[in-house]
Unconditional design. Sequence first.
Length: 482
Amino acid sequence: MSGVRVRFAPSPTGELHIGGARTALFNYLFARSAGGDLVLRIDDTYLERSRSDYIEKLITSLRWLGLEWDEGPYYQSNRLAEYTREAERLLADNKAYRCYCSAEVLADGRSEARQENRAYLYPGTCRNLNEDQEEAFRKAGINPVIRLLTPDQGVTMVQDQIRAEVSFENAYLDDFIIIKSNGLPTYNFASIVDDLQMGITDVIRAEEHLSNTPRQQLCANALGYDLPRFAHVPMILAPDRSKLSKRHGATSVEEFYAEGFLPEALVNYMALLGWSPGAGGEEEIFTLDEMVKRFDLNKVTKTAAIYDVTKLGWMNGHYMREYDLDKLTEIAVPFFEQKDLVKSPLTENDFNYLKQIIATVRERVKTLAELADASAYFYHDRFEYDEKGISKHFSKDNTADYLLRVAEELQKLEPYDKESIEALYKSISENLGVSTGRLIHPTRLALTGRTAGPGLFEIMTLLGRERTVERLKKAAQYILNN
């Protein structure tokens, strides 16, 4: 497959949604697997809602995901002359016409259709105006729209690479608007003109655009261009099969970044929303390069994909554990800063200490935000003891004495390292005639305020002798006072 050109054409009216990001990913995988090009186009003709800061966020999000493009970004707002020129050509060929119907007249028609429980279709009122009639409207100061002259019989067939053949009755397409009264193109007209002029061979986009495709095909046919191939990928639905929204958790790439997800994990997860790598295995972890080698539109499903934040969390946790430690430490710094745990720029010693903490903690967390939260007690003593932990571990007889005994022995311990600390706990528990758990559980609570976490002896080593002893004594005093 050579000469493949695909495009990702977001509208800058909001942050990049996971559905849009998945569409960008599928276009990227298709282009790279075919040795083709990916074009980035910004569909910004919806002037009332398009914003430059959203464009910057879109580009930043794509680059964070690692989805680089080959051409662009191109902006529809810079191509208005092209849409006007193509519309004028259709007018000259009598394939389109100017419509002067007022908004009020059209609103009345829609209202009547609703009352009769039928879809509103433009009745073609202005199809056959003569020059005198048009001149009268112009003198009255009415700015017309331009409508495409469409067949009112037969069907328009859409050949879809995922859904096979889909037919649309022409009678229900009506003479739709291609240029609005303010001179701006409608989405369907601008989109297909761009696709045709930019030589796009394959339009891969969300299922919601399938209903736009017959109108775009009619525009292409009227303009005399060859059609691109179309492929409409399935929707992403919430677990209850409703429309995905913020109540189901993060939905934009920026939100996933803010919550501490890794780009590799998010890309891996999105690829499996509607695409199966095949081979009958249970493989789920793929690098971007591996996805490129295995991507095939024939393995994209027709059925909706179900968003599963639990699976995404599991996958992100996997990548957290496998990530290069230096790189993970670097990208984790902003999350530690948000918790007031570190302050940039970090000294070499600060960075190395943070790296040791992350190596210890990352086994049990799923995101960078969780990583920072789970590391807080390494940096400050301002934490409270878990209430359930207090009743379970601090309320038992002799716990304060045990903690003080451990603190006393730790002050004399040489060397102060993980192996020596572990041996000391075993020795003290044998001397006291109690299980090591009887010492370990209250120690963990005393040092971290929590009942679970990474290995206790790793924690004690990282905290150092002085801070460990101080916290044990503080916890013993707390028990005695309560």
